[in-house]
Ligand binder design. Structure first.
Ligand SMILES: CC(=O)[C@@H](O)[C@H](O)COP(=O)(O)O
Ligand SMILES: NCC(=O)COP(=O)(O)O
Length: 238
């Protein structure tokens, strides 16, 4: 069965908006695990606008499922990951000022760089995954870097599926089949949601893990609001 890793970046966004420690990222992550998620994902960005590097160290102490750290392997990120030794590091080629991830790796252009950083991570026993678009040549090049897995970048799938275009799944299915043949495990993420996850998972063979944050946290608000409003109304009863 495909593992669900919950990305808690948005919990940190909410916490940071008031400058305090509420909601507490460690407590929420622990709760998420106790509710059945099989992993916690974070994607610290260089400006630390949501997850801070300190969060990564704090989470390492309490995560009992799979800990996945995503990011661009700049020296500061590499040092942090090599110290923490999470279950998995997912390499994402983000620009320093990117609002969110918006492209996969060019594994041909950056092949030797990826080989180098992947061998460093693997020497510490950290599983490695490369965030990537559905392009056969790029997936073939990813297989030469020593990476254990790829993470299929699913924003295009999510956008097209929401418009009713179910054919958009084809390149993802083909990429997963190719990756599997090349010995790469397959993860996926970005804009996956309750609306599209079932169709996606049913059409991607050997899908090992999905990491979901933005939609999952928004859905938790929608699905939790009625309960919380009733609790407030109850407390306000005269
Ligand atoms: C690689 C990926 O798709 C996610 O890590 C996503 O980029 C989350 O990052 P933000 O929460 O900063 O948007
Ligand atoms: N790797 C994808 C991820 O962690 C979460 O992406 P999103 O659900 O916040 O778009």
């Amino acid at each position: 069965m495909t593992k669900l890793s919950v990305n808690v970046n948005k919990i940190a966004t909410l916490r940071n908006s008031r400058g305090g420690d509420y909601p507490n990222v460690v407590k929420v992550s622990s709760d998420i695990e106790s509710f059945g998620a099989e992993g916690i994902t974070i994607h610290p960005r260089p400006d630390e606008r949501h997850i801070r590097y300190q969060d990564a160290y704090d989470l390492k102490k309490i995560v009992t499922t799979e800990f996945n750290i995503e990011g661009n392997p700049i020296p500061k990120f590499m040092d942090m990951v090599l110290t923490i030794k999470p279950t998995q590091v997912t390499l994402v080629p983000d620009a320093i000022d990117a609002v969110t991830s918006n492209a996969g790796w060019d594994t041909i252009k950056h092949q030797s760089f990826l080989k180098e950083v992947i061998s460093e991570f693997k020497s510490k026993g950290i599983r490695t995954s490369i965030f990537i678009d559905t392009n056969a040549k790029l997936i073939e090049a990813a297989a030469t870097t020593g990476a254990d897995r790829i993470e299929l970048y699913t924003e295009d799938f999510a956008t097209e599926y929401a418009k009713g275009n179910t054919q958009i799944i084809k390149p993802y299915t083909e990429s997963a089949i190719l990756a599997h043949k090349l010995g790469l495990g397959v993860n996926a993420g970005h804009d996956l949601s309750l609306d599209n996850i079932q169709f996606f998972a049913q059409n991607i063979p050997n899908l090992l893990e999905v990491s979901i944050g933005h939609a999952l946290i928004a859905e938790s608000l929608y699905l939790g609001l009625e309960n919380v409003i009733n609790m407030y109304k109850h407390k306000l009863k005269g």
